[in-house]
Design a protein around this ligand. Structure first.
Ligand SMILES: [Zn+2]
Length: 421
């Protein structure tokens, strides 16, 4: 049974009893339609990874209209705005990502039907952007002055090859962030505080290359070396806890015309991940040892030339571990309980929160939607059939609001729940 510390529980109960907080919780429920309409508006502004400018410009105007200070687009393309607190508290980041996995021309409209919104990107992570705006309205309308400053950020390049790039840039440029909140999960019941680290590499195998028959026996074969390497990797075993994975995702060699040629080059790409940075490091060593051994075996078989190899790191997701009893996790747990939602402890995670966790910044990833049953959990993000469950979706905003209030504290009432911040 998960037990929340007395200190966090007391602060949560007190925070939720403060009149402006209570009013803001009610406001968020009444404001649901506005958040949904803004979500529908934003999803139509397409924002493939690295091409987020148009959506960023709209978010910038919306941040300004909601009174944020120093609203600007930073060198990473992120939209940044400040909501000042008492000046004595921590600096709390809350962010959602601008980019979607879809190229331009994918979104043809947004449909509202049977309690769902349908459009590619409607949840991931357009909803988070709408939630940031909803949170700002709730803070402004109820004149909430926080103890800590809150930095609202719409980040770029979270998805795919973007590799959490916007968040990496932002945290590299802003080393004064004390607490980081990410909104980027389908289901608000999940408590995501672990950060799965992972790496994706391209490895090239090189040889002389020649005729399949005429040169046979005179040279080692790069494709065969690559195949030996893949076969070795395929036989690896890794722990299931902490969850660790590996996958050779690409295998290329030769040309269409070269069906009777010993190719001079072969290329593989692979991804490996772990909820434990130590396991990740072990696995990395094993993989590159296997590649080295495969090249040596292929070279020794023929003894005529040498298979060489090189590697390129395509993307790297930093990670790390946090305890399940950090004040943020406990606050999120209490928030869900107060909404009658059973918290689910999620194993691992791969969101912008990883960047914060890897830097030792207390962090949690929050959900976008209230999804109590299977039908509503299956929102098919990263698919063109993506949908978002509307009914009671305000609860996700309330949850983010509660965690934000615990993180930032309220001027004259509470400090941040994260001690020492
Ligand atoms: Zn996302």
């Amino acid at each position: 049974m998960y037990q929340v510390s007395e200190r966090v529980k007391k602060q949560f109960e007190y925070t939720m009893s403060i009149p402006c907080v209570k009013e803001a919780m009610k406001f968020i429920q009444d404001d649901e339609r506005n958040t949904i309409e803004e979500q529908k508006e934003l999803v139509l502004i397409e924002a493939p990874t690295r091409e987020e400018e148009k959506r960023a410009a709209v978010m910038m105007e919306k941040f300004k209209a909601l009174g944020l200070e120093n609203v600007h687009i930073d060198r990473g393309g992120n939209v940044v705005g400040l909501r000042r607190g008492s000046g004595k508290g921590p600096k709390v980041l809350i962010e959602g990502h601008l980019d979607t996995v879809f190229p331009f021309g994918t979104v043809h409209g947004v449909e509202e039907r049977d309690g769902f919104l349908y459009a590619p990107g409607i949840g991931d992570d357009t909803r988070a952007l709408a939630m940031l705006l909803g949170l700002l309205r709730a803070l402004n309308q109820n004149e909430i002055k926080t103890f800590g400053d809150i930095v609202f950020v719409a980040t770029t390049r979270e998805e795919g090859m973007g590799g959490l790039g916007g968040m990496k840039d932002f945290l590299n440029d802003n080393d004064d962030i004390d607490i980081s909140l990410t909104i980027d999960n389908n289901d608000m019941s999940a408590l995501i505080f672990e950060a799965t680290s992972g790496e994706t590499y391209e490895v090239n195998f090189y040889g002389i290359g020649g005729h399949a028959f005429g040169s046979f026996g005179e040279m080692a074969q790069p494709i065969h070396a690559a195949a030996r390497a893949v076969a070795k990797i395929a036989d690896f075993t890794v722990p299931s806890d902490p969850k660790t994975s590996f996958c050779v995702s690409n295998f290329h060699g030769g040309t269409a015309a070269g069906v009777h040629a010993i190719a001079s080059q072969a290329t593989i790409k692979f991804n490996f991940r772990s909820n434990s940075p130590e396991e990740l490091a072990k696995l990395r060593t094993k993989i590159f040892d296997a590649i080295e051994e495969a090249c040596r075996e292929e070279t020794e078989k023929w003894g005529k030339d040498e298979i060489t190899w090189d590697k390129n790191l395509i993307s790297q997701v930093p990670g790390g571990t946090q305890d399940s009893h950090t004040p943020l996790v406990e606050s999120a747990w209490l928030g869900l309980k107060s909404l009658d939602i059973e918290p689910v402890f999620h194993k691992g995670g791969c969101t912008n929160a990883n960047v914060a966790v890897s830097k030792g910044i207390p962090s949690i990833c929050l959900g976008r939607a209230f999804a109590p049953d299977e039908n509503r959990k299956n929102i098919m993000n990263h698919s063109v059939h993506e949908k978002f469950p509307i009914t009671d979706s305000y609860k996700a905003v309330q949850q983010a609001f509660m965690v934000l209030m615990m993180a930032a504290g309220i001027d004259g009432e509470t400090n941040s729940v994260v001690e020492g911040k």
